[in-house]
Structures are given as C-alpha cells and as structure tokens.
Design a protein around this ligand. Sequence first.
Ligand code: NAG
Ligand code: NAG
Ligand code: NAG
Length: 169
Amino acid sequence: MAILRNKKITFLLILMCLIVVSPIANAQLGGLGGGLGGLGMLLGGLTNIFNIQGLLMCSVTGTVSTNNATAVPPFPNAGIVFQCTGQNVSSTTTNANGVFSIPTIGLPFSPSTLLSSGCRLVVTTPLTACNVSLPAAGLLMAPLSLVGTAAGDGLNIFSLVPGAFGLVG
Ligand SMILES: *[C@@H]1O[C@H](CO)[C@@H](O)[C@H](O)[C@H]1NC(C)=O
Ligand SMILES: *[C@@H]1O[C@H](CO)[C@@H](O)[C@H](O)[C@H]1NC(C)=O
Ligand SMILES: *[C@@H]1O[C@H](CO)[C@@H](O)[C@H](O)[C@H]1NC(C)=O
C-alpha cells in the first residue's frame, strides 16, 4: 500500500515536472528553430554553397595560353555577370591580376541546374579595354564545370570554374 502510494506520488511528481518543464523546452527549441530558420533564409533555404572562381586573360579565348611565345596578360577590372536560364544571377569584377570570384549566397539553384548549359559567365567589358588590338565586338562567355565538392556542418560546398571562354556575338 505504501509502495503504491509512493509510486503515485512519484508519477505525479514526474507529471508535474513534465508540465512545468515542457513550455521552457518548447520555448528553447522555438528560439533555436528561429535561429536556424534565419540562417536558412540567409542561404536561400539551401544548404548548398557554390564557390565560383576563375582567372580571366586578355585574349579572344580568355584563358591562359599554352604557348609561351606569346605571354597573355590578365584582364583586370573586367565586369563579369553570372547568368542562369537567361537571368542575371550575380556579378563581379576581376581584380588587377584578372582573378574573380562570384558571390552566390542565396542562390536558388540545384547543383545539376547550375551545371546544365543554362548557367554561364559573361564578360561585360569589351576586350578592347585590355588590348586595343583585340576585337571590339562580341563578349567573352564561358560555361561552368565542377572541380570539387566538400561536405561538412550540414553544408555542401561545390567548387566551380569557368570552362574555355569564347567570343560570342
Ligand atoms: C612555359 O613557361 C613555363 C614557366 O616559365 C615553363 O615551365 C614551361 O616549360 C614553358 N613551356 C614551354 C612549352 O616553353
Ligand atoms: C544582364 O546583365 C547584362 C550586363 O550588365 C545586361 O546587358 C543585361 O541587360 C542584363 N540582362 C537582364 C535580363 O537583366
Ligand atoms: C594585343 O593583341 C594583339 C592581337 O591579338 C597581340 O598580337 C598582342 O600581343 C596583344 N598585346 C598584349 C600586350 O597582349
């Protein structure tokens, strides 16, 4: 009898603890959930991060020459637009050494969409800006290719580089 009563008391105590503690736990989880939601929004609701980097050279192929006879200089201060399915997604400018990286925070694309022919880099600065002997018409464009993936902390990081640039238009 005494044991039964103790069990009842113990049960009631546990029940009371659950009732009292659960709103606190819910509130804490709610706050954590809100924080994660904010991070998710910052990353466009995706855990995919795209790291697009490249080197732009001052030539009609935009790429490094394999022939050392003509040393091709870099293409500095060139505007680059990242387009997917005809839409401008983000843009950047090459630095003094022709190096660029494309900001992709919040990019609403899957890796497969990004790698499909719908996405490309367009150099908006004419080639004459770095060498007046080069064609004034047309823009350098390049597709993207995947060179590496890394995963950790719930994030997938995809490293992409431009393929061969070509003069279009
Ligand atoms: C091109 O230049 C690099 C660095 O100067 C050198 O290592 C390489 O052997 C050269 N290639 C040719 C084909 O001359
Ligand atoms: C994309 O950007 C390029 C270069 O700034 C511009 O010429 C073009 O009109 C833009 N296209 C759209 C759809 O906004
Ligand atoms: C400029 O372009 C011309 C034509 O392609 C080339 O012969 C010349 O070497 C280039 N100049 C420089 C500084 O790259």
